[in-house]
Write a protein that binds this ligand. Structure first.
Ligand SMILES: C[C@@H]1CCN(C(=O)N2CC[C@@H](S(=O)(=O)c3ccccc3)C2)C[C@@H]1N(C)c1ncnc2[nH]ccc12
Length: 304
């Protein structure tokens, strides 16, 4: 019996041993932990693979359960437009777990745009947008709501491929409901949130569509920090407003039909797609498959 392989043990390639994980640099930090660039080098001769390792801050025990769920989520996703899961690393005597993912050297969309803005044309932006759409369509087919779709969480794999990363806030929609209701707001990126998410903490595929509209705005603004959603909203609301009441001010603006202004040189057809994603009533927003077609149509119409 004991000689039989434990069929419930994670497949070998899933488990990374901490002693072979060499820290190189920090790829990004957030309020729960960080993502680090490491080399997994069992031979000790620097021939091992570069990997991105996400870990929780030790004292954030509360989010350990969330982190386990995140690992569960990302390991179940297999899509060209979603960052690949490589495995897990039990560390510090199994006190904390680390999530090991593929490392994409170009990093996030924000950093990529800062460096390569000159040779990114509108068609390229729309190609990236349609890939994010395909990734979100796949996510929706698995009944996941991302809840944190933003340019900072989109990875660039190459000059012609982007992938959705970071499933820290992703939730599964219960089978008997069309939305997921969060219990506590947490550190929420309200400037990417749909009105119903701000007011009722309700999240659905249609609230992800609202966030997609914001990502489209970020793309057409070349992720320019001076035009980022948070800054544009605060300019409108007034920087004297405290964070605690920022949400209610933003919600009133949205109720009065204020929306982010079209980015400079943004084609009217693309701005029109953003506005459809920002319909106040979630049912009036397009689905990701409709968005897919709308973007493809622009790409086909504008073929030189
Ligand atoms: C854009 C990526 C996701 C966002 N991010 C990040 O640093 N964070 C996402 C979550 C937050 S966190 O630290 O708040 C967090 C920490 C633990 C639990 C929950 C949250 C940090 C940077 C990543 N990045 C630059 C990467 N670059 C290259 N290859 C990569 N492979 C995989 C990621 C990755």
């Amino acid at each position: 019996f004991w000689r039989r392989p434990n069929i419930f043990k994670k497949q070998q390639q899933d488990v990374f041993e901490e002693r072979y994980l060499r820290f190189i640099s920090i790829l990004g930090k957030g309020n729960f932990g960080s993502v680090e660039l490491c080399r997994y080098d069992p031979l000790g001769d620097n021939t091992g693979d570069l990997v991105a390792v996400k870990e929780l801050q030790a004292n954030k025990q509360a989010s350990m359960a969330d982190f386990q769920r995140e690992i569960q989520t990302i390991s179940s996703l297999h899509c060209d437009y979603i960052v690949k899961y490589k495995g897990i690393c039990y560390s510090a005597g199994r006190l904390s777990t680390k999530l090991v993912m593929e490392y994409l050297p170009y990093g996030s969309l924000i950093g990529y745009m800062e460096k390569h803005r000159q040779n990114v044309c509108t068609r390229k932006l729309l190609l990236f947008a349609s890939q994010i759409c395909k990734g979100m369509e796949y996510l929706q087919s698995m009944r996941y709501v991302h809840r944190d779709l933003a340019a900072r969480n989109v990875l660039v794999a190459s000059d012609t491929l982007v992938k959705i990363a970071d499933f820290g806030l992703t939730k599964i929609i219960p089978v008997d409901k069309e939305y997921y209701r969060v219990t506590q707001p947490g550190e929420s990126p309200i400037f990417w949130y749909a009105p119903e998410s701000i007011s009722e903490l309700k999240f659905s595929h249609k609230s992800d569509v609202w966030s997609f509209g914001i990502v489209l705005h970020e793309l057409l603004s070349y992720c320019d920090i001076s035009r980022n959603p948070k800054r544009l909203c605060i300019q409108k609301i007034g920087s004297y407003v405290q964070n605690s009441s920022m949400a209610i001010h933003l919600l009133n603006l949205l109720k009065n039909n204020w929306r982010l202004p079209a980015p400079p040189q943004c084609p009217p057809k693309v701005h029109n797609i953003m506005m459809q994603c920002w319909e106040f009533n979630s049912e009036d927003r397009p689905s990701f498959s409709t968005l897919q077609d709308l973007i493809e149509n622009i790409l086909l119409d504008e073929r030189e």
